[in-house]
Design a protein around this ligand. Structure first.
Ligand code: NAP
Length: 293
């Protein structure tokens, strides 16, 4: 079997188009969707993520409000900015770019984002509601939500499937597992202490790999006909590239594509979905504001 390659760029493009249409409709009704993007410090990777998010806002007709604070910003100053954004009616979503500098307490900062503006989906209450499968869970974290969207838009049946999630981080693995459970998959979560990892992975009809280990999952671990969603993004040295490295996933793409039914490439699979889902969450927040107004 040769796998279908799931084209995350194309799916993300379709979502951006839907978001843009919805943003235009909201604007026509007097509500301009707005996203505040808060960056503390100047970590190069964070700067480039923030720039990409602001560019996406511009393209999707969402107004963005950038707040760049120095790396030595105090917790009080950051919390006071978040309090301002909380009551700013132009701001539907607040995104605090992670990781924060070490002197800031991530839990306290994320808890200061009101749940109705928590478009990144990291507030404990939003995550808790997702876990409890409550109907009013507002926002799912963007990367795991992107995983589900990719599965749905490629007509993968989630309900009843054995889904194995490799990794249990609060950004990817754990919420991905919660979302798969919401969609009625039978979910196994694997991590660094899991025994017989290969055996667990081999049970997967749907495998979501999010551990950050290049080519960790090999073809012999994958069931024939499985659907493989590779969230991992890892740099491996490559002298043939100008920058000296290339990006690979957690799965051995070339070997697994001969065995799986469908697989996401890295790059171009899950990657583009994260920002697309952030934009989708932001217009959703704006729609909720418009409906409440
Ligand atoms: P993380 O916080 O480092 O978590 C890694 C998880 O993998 C942990 O739960 C860890 O287990 C588990 N793990 C690590 N090594 C393992 C091993 N050898 N066997 C089994 N489990 C192992 O990473 P993350 O933030 O979730 O990110 C995971 C990957 O996704 C990274 O490559 C990251 O770059 C990528 N990512 C991509 C996107 C995107 O495409 N948009 C977004 C976010 C992350 P323990 O809990 O036991 O330590």
């Amino acid at each position: 079997m040769t796998a279908t390659i799931i084209d995350g760029k194309a799916v993300a493009r379709a979502i951006h188009e839907e978001v843009r249409r919805e943003a235009e409709e909201l604007r026509a009704r007097g509500t301009t969707p707005g996203l505040a993007v808060v960056l503390v410090g100047a970590d190069p990777a964070s700067v480039s993520y923030v720039t990409a998010k602001q560019k996406a806002c511009e393209e999707d007709r969402i107004e963005s409000f950038g707040h760049t604070l120095p790396a030595d910003t105090s917790q009080e100053a950051l919390l006071s900015l978040l309090a301002e954004l909380r009551s700013d009616e132009r701001v539907d979503g607040i995104l605090v770019q992670l990781p924060l500098p070490r002197h800031l307490d991530e839990g306290t900062v994320l808890a200061a984002v009101p749940i109705e503006k928590d478009v990144d989906g990291f507030h404990a209450e939003n995550l808790g509601k997702l876990g409890l499968r409550e109907a009013d869970a507002r926002f799912a974290p963007c990367t795991p939500a992107g995983v589900i969207e990719l599965l749905k838009r490629t007509d993968v049946q989630i309900e009843g499937a054995n889904a194995v999630v490799l990794g249990r981080s609060k950004i990817v693995g754990l919420p991905a597992a919660m979302l798969l459970l919401r969609e009625n998959a039978t979910v196994t979560i694997c991590h660094s202490r899991t025994r017989n990892l290969a055996e667990e992975i081999r049970r997967a009809d749907i495998l979501v790999a999010a551990i950050g280990r290049p080519h960790f999952v090999t073809a012999d671990m994958v069931k024939d006909g499985a659907v493989v969603i590779d969230v991992g993004v890892n740099r491996v040295e490559d002298a043939s590239k100008k920058r000296g490295f290339r990006l690979v996933g957690d799965c051995d793409f070339d070997a697994i594509r001969e065995k799986a039914r469908a697989i996401t490439p890295v790059p171009g699979g899950v990657g583009p979905m994260t920002i697309a889902m952030l934009m989708k969450n932001t217009v959703r927040a704006a729609r909720m504001r418009a409906e409440l107004a």
